[in-house]
Every structure is written in C-alpha cells, then in structure tokens.
Design a protein. Structure first.
Length: 395
C-alpha cells in the first residue's frame, strides 16, 4: 500500500478549483487513456480485417445485433416492443434499462449519426471515461503506474470486444469506477449521484449500491465502537445522503415498469420472461454438469481462477467499497439463471479483480516487459473477440 505522499501525487490537489482538478486528473491519466485506446485499437483492427476476409460489415457486428438492436429500438420508438418466441415465450423491451437508449437518442438528435452510430459512439466515449476512472482508482490506491496497467488490462479483458459494441458495459463501468473514486475521496454525494445513473443503466448497479451501503455501515460501526457517538449522524450527514441517493435510479426504473405494467413486481416478471432470475447458482451447476468432461473441467478451472483472483483481492486488503463492489459483481453474475455465454461480459465491470495482476505487472523491472505482456494479452483478446463476433451466438 503506497504512503500518503504517493497517494497525493496520484490525484489532483484538493486546493485546486474543480476545472483545474479535472485537467490535472486528465493530464495524469493521459498514459492510461493512450494505453487503453491502443489496446482497443488492436481489437478493432483485428475485427475489421477478419470481418473483411469473411465478407461482413464490422460496424454491423458492433452495433447491429443482439442487445444493441433492442437499445436502438427503444432510442427510436420508446418502450412498448415485444417479441413472441416460437415456443410461446415473450421478450418485452422493458428488460433493458433506459440510460443508454436515452443517450443514443440525444446524440442522434444533435448529430448526423443514426441510433446505431450513436450507440457505438456512446460506448467508445464511455470506454475512455471508464478507463480514466479505473486509472484514477488504481493510481490512488497503488500508484500511477499500476493505474495505467490496470486500465490497459481492462481493455484486454477476454470479452473486451463488448467495450466496442453498442452495449451498456462501458457506460456502467465508467459510472461505477468514478463513483468508487468519489467514495475513496470522501465525496459521498457525488458517489451517490453517479450510482443513481448506474442504476438507470444496468440491474447490476445493485453491486455498487451494496458497496456504498456496506462501506457507510462500516464507518458508522467503527465510529460507534470508538466511542465517537456524539453527533454521529450529523457528522456523517453527507455520507448518509449519498447512500440514500444511491438506489434511487434502480428503484425509479423498477417503479416505472410497475406502473406501466400494473403490478408491483412487474419488473421481476419481465426479467423472468427473459429467463433472468436469481437461482443461487443452480443454472450454472446444471450447465457445467451437462458439458462434456473436458469442457466441464476447463470451466471449473476458469471458475477456480476467478476464485483465486477474489482471494488475491482480499489478501491485497483493497478498500472496502472497492472490494465489495468487485465481489458483488461476480456474485450477481454467477447466481442468475440467464444465458451462460453472457456471464463473462457481465463480470467485466468488476475491474477490481484486475488490481492484483496490475500491481504485479507494474512491478516488472522494465516498462518493455510490462508492454510485452500487455501487447500479448491485447492480441489474444482481439483474436477471441473477432472469433466471437463472427460467430452466430450473442456475447
């Protein structure tokens, strides 16, 4: 853990005005943004070449299939579209949260971009904002070099190709990373406001809400046990306000669906129609049991690696909000009954899991060695992304 001087060099000085702090943060983050952009550029280039060889349109692969089509339809026509499956099942568009389509509609309104182009643009811009926020968290905790490596590692995540698609992963990760950074700087109202927006983006905002709530509870308990009981609530008023703000975005959309559908649990019914419900991991266990033995062993090994990363995060003694958020995203992704193939991308916002390898890579003797490892990871991620996007199934 870096000392206080190292931490203070990783962020903008508190005494500066907000514009100066933002500019200082951006200047400090420039290497991280450059590294992230380079990694994602490799992914886009490999996809573009692969799509050209296969006679397919790379932009259509990024913005014209699967969930991105649902978001664009909401952006253009609002909610109200439903698909009836051959087996009689129903998929309503109310399963998709409103912030991304609202941004797509706004951008398409003020620019010549179509909803599809606006969706890709929002995702790419949000990717840079996410990389910036991830860098800010990593730099504050373990130094700037770790922050740069962390942003690059996130860009080379196995399913990082989704970061270039018109999906919500980059937007949600940007909001979550900056919310956690605000908590680390004791800016609780800002953290709560960002969590509101995250709650309008993805249901997995529950992980961020839990991180803020548990951190605040730990602060109150610690101060109570330390005998600092006089004025406890007044002293922590901003923290409590931020925590109260945090779930409002998610709750607002749940209430919207309830009012629209005429039932208090309508949102959960909608998710169930899509096959998304909390089953405690039974669907995951059944999926593994149904695989051929080599595939099942490979998947168990991957889950073991995931568990090892969680253990390393705990041993690293990450700050409570960062640790809770990362673990909660993983848990939420694994205990649902939804389509198994989407789980790796659902875990992608859990960037704190990459902090242990980021610290290890940042400690390599030379920048060239670090760059070589990151370059190899970027190529592997790009190849996997192209292979997946050129296939028939959704990510």
């Amino acid at each position: 853990m870096p000392d206080q001087q190292t931490r203070s060099r990783s962020v903008a000085p508190e005494s500066r005005s907000t514009p100066h702090r933002a500019m200082a943060l951006l200047t400090a983050a420039a290497p991280a943004l450059g590294a992230y952009a380079a990694v994602r550029a490799v992914g886009i280039l490999v996809l573009w070449v692969s799509a050209s060889v296969a006679g397919k349109d790379a932009l259509h692969l990024l913005g014209g299939r699967w969930d991105s089509v649902w978001y664009q339809r909401i952006a253009e026509d609002g909610y109200g579209y439903t698909v009836t499956l051959p087996d009689g099942g129903v998929h309503p568009d109310l399963a998709f949260f409103p912030l991304l389509p609202a941004l797509e509609r706004a951008l398409a309104t003020v620019t010549p971009l179509t909803a599809q182009g606006a969706g890709i643009a929002v995702a790419w811009l949000a990717g840079l904002l996410a990389a910036w926020g991830i860098f800010a968290v990593g730099a504050r905790l373990y130094g700037r070099r770790t922050g740069v490596v962390l942003a690059a590692l996130w860009g080379a995540y196995p399913t990082a190709f989704v970061q270039s698609m018109a999906y919500t992963e980059t937007l949600f990760t940007a909001l979550a990373a900056w919310s956690l950074y605000a908590v680390l700087r004791d800016r609780w109202i800002a953290a709560g406001a960002l969590c509101v927006l995250a709650g309008l983006t993805r249901p997995s905002a529950a992980a961020l809400i839990a991180a803020l709530a548990l951190t605040a509870a730990a602060v109150l308990v610690r101060e109570w046990r330390a005998g600092e009981r006089r004025g406890l609530l007044r002293r922590n008023a901003r923290m409590l306000l931020g925590v109260c703000l945090a779930p409002l975005g998610w709750l607002a959309y749940v209430v919207f669906v309830a009012v629209r559908e005429g039932g208090p649990f309508a949102y959960f019914d909608v998710q169930a129609q899509w096959g998304n419900s909390i089953d405690g991991g039974r669907a995951l266990a059944a999926f593994i049991a149904g695989l051929p033995l080599p595939a099942a062993l490979g998947l168990c090994a991957a889950l073991g690696l995931l568990g090892w990363l969680v253990f390393l995060c705990v041993r690293q003694r990450q700050p409570l909000p960062v640790l809770v958020y990362g673990i909660a995203v993983v848990v939420v992704s694994l205990i649902g009954s939804g389509y198994f193939g989407s789980r790796p991308r659902l875990m992608m916002p859990a960037f704190p899991l990459l902090l242990p390898p980021a610290v290890a890579l940042a400690r390599l003797r030379t920048a060239a060695r670090t760059g070589t490892v990151l370059g190899a990871l970027a190529i592997g991620s790009a190849a996997y992304g192209a292979w997946t996007l050129l296939g028939p199934g959704p990510p």
